[in-house]
Write a protein of this length. Sequence first.
Length: 485
Amino acid sequence: MNSEEFRKKGKEMVDYIANYLEQIESRQVFPDVEPGYLRPMIPNSAPEEGETYEDIMKDVERVIMPGVTHWHSPYFFAYFPTASSYPAMLADMLCGAIGCIGFSWASSPACTELETIMLDWLGKVIGLPEEFLAGSKGEGGGVIQGTASEATLMALLAARTKVTRRLLAENPDLSEGEIVHRMVAYSSDQAHSSVERAGLISGVRMKKVQSDENYELRGKALRKALEEDKAEGFIPVFVCATLGTTASCSFDNLMELGPICNSENLWLHVDAAYAGSAFICPEFRYLMKGVEFADSFNFNPHKWLLVNFDCSAFWVKKRSDLIGAFKIDPVYLQYDQQESGLVTDYRHWQIPLGRRFRSLKLWFVLRMYGVKGLQDYIRKHVRLAQMFLDFVKNDERFEICAQVILGLVCFRLKGSNALNKSLLQKINNLKKIHLVPCCLGDKFILRFAVCARTVEPNHVEFAWKHIEELATELLTEGGKNNKTP
Ligand SMILES: *Cc1c(COP(=O)(O)O)cnc(C)c1O
């Protein structure tokens, strides 16, 4: 394809994308395909001779679209949102065009410098304490990671190295292996599975501390776990607190956890993957009270802030903790300027070497929506969740299972888990809307998450009516089945 063809096909692709998103409501939100559906639809090996673009695009509709779960359908209420906006998509095109690999300042100065500044912008708009910002000579700073999972792992690895070095200096008799073997990290039992995974990858034992009746991790429970583990000779190193848990959007108590972590020399990482976007609205910032105690903080603009995947924002108070932990400097990556407030080499802040120019997406979105536009967007989703909450509350067959603060409603039919599983199955079999469940305690629960950028009250109303009708159907069937002849 030459540039002339690209001009033409590029414009066609923009039209295809705009049509897809404009008409997404007419596509079934969840696909009908069975596992393995795709292999018989395309050849067994790559073509010898090049094919035409037209043939490929035909196959997009024939092969790909029937197997797509349409995350941006306004009938998609599963998981948490994944962001999508036109400014972010345009910026991603440009990112692809520049196609630089910004592992060091010199490898593409704009890529590095825009990222540092965008993370400062973003930190400021969500009200992060000054210490997390880079400024021109701050000790902190932000970096774009691919996912929250990577951010948690980076924080844990940095904590592991920091503690190992401290203990080796204090006790020259200890071996590094011995120290790591005795390390323990903590999260609540509501933490995302990626936190447990970070423990597995890093080789640091990860313990789940029981959350309270509101699914929040409290100081007392952490204190108890710490005392028990220390008495047994373990070395506590790290706590991952969650703001906005995946199951129920509960908030760990940073005001209680923070001072404990600080006084015990534990690295406090805050995972606000979903909820972090809401802090752009001042009225939700009370939810991150105590963030000043944290060593690192992470949220996903790619979830709820209109920046398409992948864009996970990660800040540390002391960049030296990251750089100190992961710095390796082969000759082929060196250049004249030294790392300073002005020169950042992001390869020391992440696991891979290569990195895309992802800050362009943030820049485009922050500028085109403005803080006000993004606040309006968050508030609209919160209002829609409240609307759904009211529907559920007005139907006495249902119960609400967790506090509704942002865009997630956890609800269930009063009754058994089996009943609720049947309801969810009915919903997802019909594929008019899409939901996923969670478990809270021993209860099976349905999660209704406001997701799509284009979701409106009529979609929420439709979803509720649909759920309500299926519940009626289920309860009547149940009544029939229960009747003894
Ligand atoms: C979604 C989510 C994650 C995982 O996010 P990735 O960016 O996909 O790794 C982690 N923590 C919480 C609380 C989440 O909601």
